[in-house]
Design a protein around this ligand. Structure first.
Ligand SMILES: Nc1ncnc2c1ncn2[C@@H]1O[C@H](COP(=O)(O)OP(=O)(O)OP(=O)(O)O)[C@@H](O)[C@H]1O
Length: 303
């Protein structure tokens, strides 16, 4: 399902939290939601999930409001706050409760408990679980109803490396099957490893909405190795991109994004054998520039 957010504004008292936010969460893609603390990410996610009403604007799922979707709780899986579960209820019962509300069978419940690696803690009370295990419970409940959209607020919080890798696989597969994913994160490089595109919000407004490659490489330099470098160089020059010689024979340096180079090569059936840039750092720089450097990146948190 395509989720379209159009001119959404929200006040809490006199505070203007969301200011005319417009963005898309397309089917088949993972959209990352980035922004400094307090920029409005969680508020936006809550509005997307029908947990609050915008003062103005609309949020539509394939043209339909969340509340008008048939069985919205099953169609849209969510994880907002991993700690928000009954502390005394055990894991299996937490799943049973969610399954009951969504009309889902016990066999599906047990399948998800197994898929999430929660069998060994199924009888443990929620309050005794580690943060990572709580996140797994929340994620499992989010996918219980075989949703077509996933809205996840900081799902990586507390997950260990193995679980992060598993989550990355889950989200990538979900999007490949046509699902829409909106995932917020503070971990830029984590998001970069699986998101297709990002929406960056800053103080309640959209600072940018972009594919990751366009964001990190708006007009930066990439190194290209191709089987017909001279022909590719001429074509790139004809498209207005600066091309210079590379220290390595057969390679070119081009002032363009990876996507722009790849597209021109593909259109002219030139095989690219290597294409690279300093994308991680450029994404981080772009993010800090767009949010005016208010957010400090904790490199030690980055995997
Ligand atoms: N129910 C509420 N009542 C009043 N103010 C609120 C409420 N919920 C959020 N806010 C305020 O709205 C602003 C945006 O909060 P929000 O939680 O959406 O930001 P965020 O980008 O998710 O932040 P973080 O990254 O720290 O989780 C903050 O200033 C917050 O204090």
């Amino acid at each position: 399902m395509h989720i379209q957010v159009s001119s959404v504004s929200k006040h809490y008292g006199k505070a203007h939290i969301l200011k005319e936010i417009s963005c898309s969460i397309p089917a088949g893609q993972i959209t990352g939601l980035l922004g400094p603390n307090g920029s409005g990410k969680s508020t936006l996610m809550r509005m997307v999930l029908g947990l609050g009403t915008p003062d103005s604007g609309s949020i539509l799922y394939d043209g339909v409001r969340y509340s008008d979707l048939p069985n919205p709780g099953a169609a849209v899986g969510s994880l907002l706050d991993a700690a928000a579960r009954h502390p005394g209820r055990n894991v299996r019962d937490s799943f049973s409760l969610a399954a009951g509300m969504l009309g889902i069978s016990n066999s599906r419940r047990d399948e998800v408990i197994e898929q999430m690696g929660l069998e060994s803690v199924a009888k443990r009370r929620f309050k005794s679980l580690s943060l990572g295990m709580r996140q797994r419970v929340g994620l499992g409940i989010a996918i219980l109803g075989r949703p077509r959209c996933l809205i996840l607020d900081e799902p990586v919080n507390g997950l260990d490396i193995e679980a992060i890798s598993w989550l990355r696989g889950l989200l990538t597969g979900f999007a490949q099957d046509g699902g829409s994913v909106l995932v917020s994160s503070h971990l830029l490089q984590e998001l970069q490893s699986y998101a297709h595109r990002v929406v960056i919000i800053d103080r309640g407004s959209v600072a940018t909405e972009s594919t990751l490659s366009d964001l990190s490489n708006p007009d930066s330099q990439v190194s290209v190795e191709a089987d017909e470098p001279e022909k590719l160089a001429k074509l790139l020059l004809a498209h207005g991109f600066a091309v210079s010689d590379h220290a390595v024979p057969g390679w070119l340096k081009v002032q363009a994004s990876n996507r722009q180079v790849a597209q021109i090569a593909m259109e002219h059936r030139i095989l690219i054998t290597s294409l690279g840039s300093q994308q991680e750092h450029q994404l981080e720089e772009a993010y800090l520039r767009l949010t005016q450097g208010e957010y400090s990146v904790h490199r030690t948190e980055v995997l």
